[in-house]
Design a binder for this molecule. Structure first.
Ligand SMILES: Cc1cc2nc3c(=O)[nH]c(=O)nc-3n(C[C@H](O)[C@H](O)[C@H](O)COP(=O)(O)O)c2cc1C
Length: 176
C-alpha cells in the first residue's frame, strides 16, 4: 500500500533542501542562448532527460536569472555538458551579474544559439513548453541536434565539483 507523508514547505527551508538534494550527484552543464542579439548562459545541474521519442529534456532555471528570461524569449537554447577539465567554465557561468562571455570563444550552433566548442557534449533545443514551479521555471526542450566528444564528465556532489575519471575503465552498465 502506498503511504504519503505531508510536509509543508515551512518545515523544509531552502538551505536544507539544497543540502539534501546535494546528495544526489549530477553532471554539470551550461545553458546558452541568444536573445535580442545578446548571448546568455548559466551553469545548471538540474538537467534531466524526459523522453526519448520525441527527444525531450528539461532544465529548471531560477526566476531571478537573466538567462531564464532570455531562454523563454528566444524560444531556443543549447545545453553544453561540461567535461572534467571545464570546472572554470562552470564557475564562470555561475557568477551572477557578470559578462559570462567576455574573452570566451563560442561558436554558432546549427540552430542559431551559441555553443561552447569544446564542451563534452551539446544538445540544441527548441523550447517545447515552460512552466513556473515555485521559484524556478521548468523549461522543456525538444532536442534538434546533438554533438558528443570523447572525455570524462564534470560531476557535482555535496556542493563540490568532482570527476569520475577513476571509474572510466569500468564496464558500462545499462539500467534501462
Ligand atoms: C554546479 C552549479 C549548478 C547550478 N545549477 C543551477 C540550476 O540548475 N538552475 C539554476 O537556476 N541555477 C543553477 N545554478 C546557479 C546559476 O548558475 C547562477 O545563478 C547563474 O549565475 C545565473 O545566471 P545569470 O547571470 O543569467 O543570472 C548552479 C550553479 C552551480 C555552481
Amino acid at each position: 500500500m502506498l503511504t504519503t507523508s505531508s510536509t509543508s514547505s515551512a518545515e523544509v527551508d531552502p538551505m536544507t533542501m539544497r543540502r539534501t538534494m546535494g546528495r544526489f550527484a549530477t553532471g554539470v552543464a551550461v545553458v546558452t542562448t541568444r536573445a535580442a542579439g545578446v548571448p546568455h548562459g548559466m551553469t545548471v545541474n538540474s538537467l534531466t532527460s524526459v523522453s526519448l521519442d520525441p527527444p525531450l529534456l528539461l532544465v529548471c532555471l531560477t526566476t531571478g536569472a537573466r538567462s531564464t528570461d532570455a531562454v523563454v524569449e528566444a524560444g531556443r537554447f543549447a545545453v553544453n555538458i561540461l567535461s572534467a577539465r571545464q570546472e572554470q567554465l562552470a564557475l564562470r557561468f555561475a557568477r551572477r551579474g557578470e559578462d559570462h562571455f567576455a574573452g570566451l570563444e563560442v561558436t554558432e550552433g546549427r540552430h542559431r544559439v551559441p555553443v561552447i566548442p569544446d564542451a563534452f557534449a551539446h544538445l540544441e533545443c527548441d523550447v517545447e513548453r515552460h512552466l513556473i514551479a515555485g521559484d524556478h521555471v521548468v523549461v522543456f526542450g525538444h532536442v534538434r541536434s546533438v554533438c558528443e566528444r570523447d572525455g570524462e564528465p564534470l560531476a557535482f556532489h555535496g556542493g563540490r565539483f568532482a570527476d569520475l575519471a577513476d571509474r572510466a575503465n569500468e564496464p558500462v552498465h545499462w539500467f534501462f
